[in-house]
Design a protein around this ligand. Structure first.
Ligand code: HEC
Length: 149
C-alpha cells in the first residue's frame, strides 16, 4: 500500500468518526449566553419537544393530585400517559440534532413514569409513588440546567 493510499484511509476514518461524534454523540449544539448547551432546533422541532414537555408537567401535576387524594388509579393513568409508549415519534432529522446524553435522559424519564405506573398498580402505595416522583423530578431539573433550545 502506498503512503498516499494510507493517508486517504486515515482521512476517511477521521471523517467517519467525526461524523459519528457530531451526529450521534454531540448533536447540533453551541454554548448559550446563560452557560447552558443550546440545542439548535427548527421552530417545528421545538414545538414537538415542548409539547411533550407540557404533557410531562400535566402528568406530574395529576400524579401529585392522585397521591394527595390517595387516588391510585389517577396516579397509574397519569404516569402511564408520559411513559415510553406515549413517547412522541422523533423524526431522524431531529434525533441527530439531540446530544446522546439528552436522549438518554429523555428515555430514562419516560421509563421512570412507567415504573411509577407499574408500582402504583402493583403496590397501591402512594408514599412509594411520591418518593419515585421526587427522583424522577431530578431528571427534569438536571436536563433543564444543562440544555436549552
Ligand atoms: C432530556 C432533557 C429534558 C428532560 C428530561 C425534561 N425536560 Fe423539560 N425542557 C427541556 C428543554 C431543553 C426545554 C426548553 C428550555 C429552554 O429552552 O429554556 C424544556 C422545557 C420545558 C417546559 C416548557 C414548555 C414550553 O411550552 O415552553 C416544561 C413545562 C417542561 N420542560 C417540563 C418538564 C418536566 C415536568 C420534566 C420532567 C418530568 C421535564 N421537562 C423533563 C428538556 C428536558
Amino acid at each position: 500500500m502506498t503512503k498516499s493510499c494510507l493517508a486517504i484511509i486515515a482521512i476517511l476514518i477521521t471523517i467517519i468518526f467525526g461524523g459519528i461524534y457530531k451526529f450521534v454523540i454531540q448533536g447540533d449544539v453551541s454554548v448559550s449566553k446563560d452557560g447552558r448547551e443550546l440545542i439548535h432546533l427548527s421552530a417545528d422541532e421545538k414545538d414537538l419537544v415542548l409539547a411533550e414537555m407540557r404533557l410531562f408537567l400535566i402528568s406530574v401535576q395529576l400524579i401529585t393530585k392522585g397521591i394527595s387524594e390517595k387516588d391510585i388509579e389517577l396516579v397509574v393513568t397519569q404516569a402511564r400517559r408520559s411513559g415510553a409508549a406515549a413517547q412522541a415519534e422523533v423524526p431522524a432529522t431531529l434525533a441527530k440534532k439531540l446530544p446522546i446524553q439528552f436522549k438518554k435522559l429523555g428515555r430514562d424519564t419516560h421509563m421512570k413514569f412507567d415504573q411509577i405506573a407499574m408500582d402504583a398498580e402493583d403496590l397501591g402505595d402512594s408514599e412509594h409513588a411520591l418518593s419515585q416522583l421526587s427522583v424522577l423530578l431530578q431528571n427534569c431539573t438536571s436536563c433543564h440546567e444543562t440544555y436549552r433550545f
